[in-house]
Write a protein that binds this ligand. Sequence first.
Ligand SMILES: Nc1ncnc2c1ncn2[C@@H]1O[C@H](COP(=O)(O)OP(=O)(O)O)[C@@H](O)[C@H]1O
Ligand SMILES: [Mg+2]
Length: 251
Amino acid sequence: MTRAVLESRDLKVTFGGVTALAGVDITCAKGELTGLIGPNGAGKTTFIDAVTGFLPSNTTGQVLLDGADVTGMPPHALAQLGLTRTWQSLELFDDIDVSANLAVASRSLTLRRAVKGMWKRDRSDRVDEVLEQFDLTGVRERLPRDLSLGQRKLVGIARAVVARSRIVLLDEPASGLDRKETAWLGDRLRAMIDGGSTLLLVDHDMDLVLSVCDRIQVLEFGVVIANGTPTEIRHDPRVGEAYLGEAAQVT
Ligand SMILES: Nc1ncnc2c1ncn2[C@@H]1O[C@H](COP(=O)(O)OP(=O)(O)O)[C@@H](O)[C@H]1O
Ligand SMILES: [Mg+2]
C-alpha cells in the first residue's frame, strides 16, 4: 500500500451561500503525480487554497500531511512543513533575478539581504541544481519580467521545488504555454517524479494531464465524481459528460 503524503477528509469550503467543496476526500500518494481536473468553477483552486491554509474561516474537515493532522495551520507553517504550491497567477519577485527568486524560496537567501541588493553574491548548490533541472541556468541572472511566459512558469515551479517540499501543488502550470513548452513541462514533471518528488497537478490541458499523471481525480461542483488511472478516466462516461464535453467546447 502506497503512503499518502497529502490527504483531505470531508473537506468542505463555502463562500457565503456558495458551496465550493462539498466534502472532498482526496489522497496524493508518495512518489506519484496526482491529477486534479474538472470544469471551470469545480473547486480545484479552492482545494489547493484550503489544504495550504489560505481559507481558514471557510473550511471544515481534515487535512493530513504525511499522516499528521495539520488542519487549521497557517500557510507559512504548512510551507515550512513542506506543503508548497504555485499560483494560477504567477507570483514572482520581479526586481530580483531568477536565481535569487529561487534562493529566497530555498531560504539560502533572506529577504533582508535580497532587498539590500546582496542577492547577486548568494550562491547555493541547491539553487544551481534546480536551475539545471528546469533548464534555467542560461537565464539565472535575468529578471523574471524579461523572460517568456513559459520560462516564468518554470521559475514559479522551480521556486516551489527548491524548498525541498514533501509535495508541490501546481495550479494550472501549463496555462499560456504553447504545445512544445507544455510537452517539455510534462517531461520535467515526470523527471521530478522519477527523482522521488510527489506532485498534484491541476490543469485544463487534458493531453498533459492524461499523459503524465499516475492517478486522476475529477471534481464537479465541489464533488469528486471519478478517481482512477488515466485510462480509466478517459473511458469514464461521467467524466466525458462533466468535463471532456465542456473542455471541447471551451477550447
Ligand atoms: N474568494 C471567493 N469568494 C467567493 N466565491 C469564490 C471564491 N473563490 C472561489 N469561489 C467560488 O467557488 C467555486 C470554485 O472556484 P474555484 O476553486 O476557483 O474553481 P476552479 O479552480 O475549479 O476553476 C466557484 O463557484 C467560485 O465562483
Ligand atoms: Mg482555478
